[in-house]
Write a protein that binds this ligand. Structure first.
Ligand code: DX5
Ligand code: ZN
Length: 222
């Protein structure tokens, strides 16, 4: 199996020390930095906005993989682009005009992603498969870190792998929620390219980050 992209979610980092945490996961081998943006409306929790992302931009050269759990989304896209996002992923469930949102994101020259909630069918991305760069399968209900992996999402991951390969499109298949060294084995055999992990990367503190990231990568050879 090919080596997965590892995108640690800073939702599990020490928020009082975010700049250093981002530097630490960069040094520990993170490929991307996953940033969870929540609005207290589309999801029950509230996290961070563009100002914090902008402040973190100087702490790493790694791509910012920004997961927007906000609704409406279009009016904030430019602010996240200006803050330094490299990938902006939106929820198809967050608004009525997904195609327009993807076009808007791509118009700024960055990558556009679509996230699917656990109850959202994989077929919902079929009509926009040529208009996106990344699909994010949520294997928990969005809103909080530390939840249990929902196994029924494995079939969705396989179906999306088939769709991406069948259409011969350059789309990254990423999985988010409850991913650890054990669940990653099934996620990767189902066909994922990229793993988001909060708890599994940040557990144990900075001296464990490199080993935690390596354990996730190693799931590809299990
Ligand atoms: C949930 C977020 C995830 C979450 C992952 O809404 O999108 O990125 O923080 O955390 P763990 O790995 O702890 O499930
Ligand atoms: Zn996320």
């Amino acid at each position: 199996m090919k080596t997965p992209i590892i995108s640690p979610s800073i939702l599990s980092a020490d928020f009082a020390n975010l700049g250093e945490e981002v530097q630490d996961i960069d040094a520990a081998g993170a490929d991307w930095i996953h940033v969870d943006v929540m609005d207290g409306h589309f999801v029950p929790n509230l996290t961070i906005g563009p100002a914090v992302i902008k402040a973190l931009r100087g702490h790493t050269q790694k791509p910012f993989d920004v997961h927007l759990m906000i609704s409406p989304v279009d009016r904030y896209v430019e602010a996240f682009v200006d803050a330094g996002a490299d990938i902006l992923t939106v929820h198809g469930e967050a608004g009525p005009h997904l195609h327009r949102t993807l076009q808007l994101i791509r118009s700024f020259g960055i990558k556009a992603g679509v996230a699917l909630n656990p109850a959202t069918p994989w077929q919902s991305v079929e009509p926009v498969i040529h208009d996106l760069d990344l699909i994010l399968v949520m294997s928990v209900n969005p809103g909080y870190g530390g939840q249990k992996f929902i196994r029924s999402q494995l079939d969705k991951i396989s179906a999306l792998r088939g769709l991406i390969d069948g259409c011969e499109v350059d789309v990254t298949l990423e999985v988010d929620g409850g991913v650890n060294a054990q669940t990653a084995v099934d996620v990767l055999s189902a066909g994922a390219d990229a793993l988001v992990a909060g708890t599994a990367v940040f557990q144990g503190g900075p001296e464990c980050y490199a080993g935690n990231i390596e354990a996730l990568r190693g799931a590809a050879n299990a």
